[in-house]
Design a protein around this ligand. Sequence first.
Ligand SMILES: NC(=O)c1ccc[n+]([C@@H]2O[C@H](COP(=O)([O-])OP(=O)(O)OC[C@H]3O[C@@H](n4cnc5c(N)ncnc54)[C@H](O)[C@@H]3O)[C@@H](O)[C@H]2O)c1
Length: 257
Amino acid sequence: MNDPETDPLFDLEGRVAVVTGGLGQLGSEYVRGLTERGMKVAVWDVEADEPVDVTDRASVEAATERVIAEHGVPHLLVNNAALDSPPDAPAEEVGPFETYPEASFDRVMEVNVKGTLLCCQVVGAAMAREGRGSIVNISSIYGMLSPQQDIYEFRRRGGETFTKPVAYSVSKSAVLNLTRYLATYWAKSGVRVNTLTLAGIFDDQPAEFLEAYTARVPLGRMAQAGEALGAIVFLASDASSYMTGANLVVDGGWSAW
Ligand SMILES: NC(=O)c1ccc[n+]([C@@H]2O[C@H](COP(=O)([O-])OP(=O)(O)OC[C@H]3O[C@@H](n4cnc5c(N)ncnc54)[C@H](O)[C@@H]3O)[C@@H](O)[C@H]2O)c1
């Protein structure tokens, strides 16, 4: 029987990874899990001691040079950094679509789309020169499908005007086709590019939200943060060597009905 620690299909020992947004809820799980599997992991985050801003090409280039000098050309890039509107977002940001602020749209698109594009440009170019690499772009069920606005009914009952904002959905949709574009563009260079689509992750949300949300999930619960790691390991490893341009959906069945 294969020892999972040494199974060559999933073996990541000694390989180099970059995780953007690596200090966040999910990013920190990826960093932990990939490090435990022997990868050398660079954490790119605006909140890090040595901040990397994915929206700033010079910052991404400098960070890439540091990783290459220290560890070599990355084998894995996880484009995980993103902005969503927090539950306590200003009223105009979670108000009606018709008055959703342009500035909010620009800010979300800047990080979620342009940031992903810049990291692909700079790190992907180095991977293509090396003739190998795996890029994982993180999307959301809200990028595949419209948010179900009635999940947030409990907030409206409390007197708020609440609409799940549009920019996050648009940005996460863009990620799906950036993936397909680059998968074909780099196919002959040995760089694979896939999307990992996730559904809601448990983070001590209010009970009313959990009830409304989980009623729409066939598995009947939100994901735990660690449950996205298996897909990252799969997409990083040789187990997914024939997979590019795909969208791997880890959503508890949300999109199945
Ligand atoms: N949490 C969920 O329920 C959920 C569901 C579906 C998809 N996702 C996706 O998973 C990814 C991670 O989500 P999360 O919940 O861990 O988010 P999070 O907010 O906890 O972490 C995001 C991280 O990105 C960093 N960041 C923001 N702007 C940056 C920039 N310009 N440059 C570098 N770093 C920057 C932040 O500092 C933060 O550490 C996102 O792409 C998100 O869309 C999350």
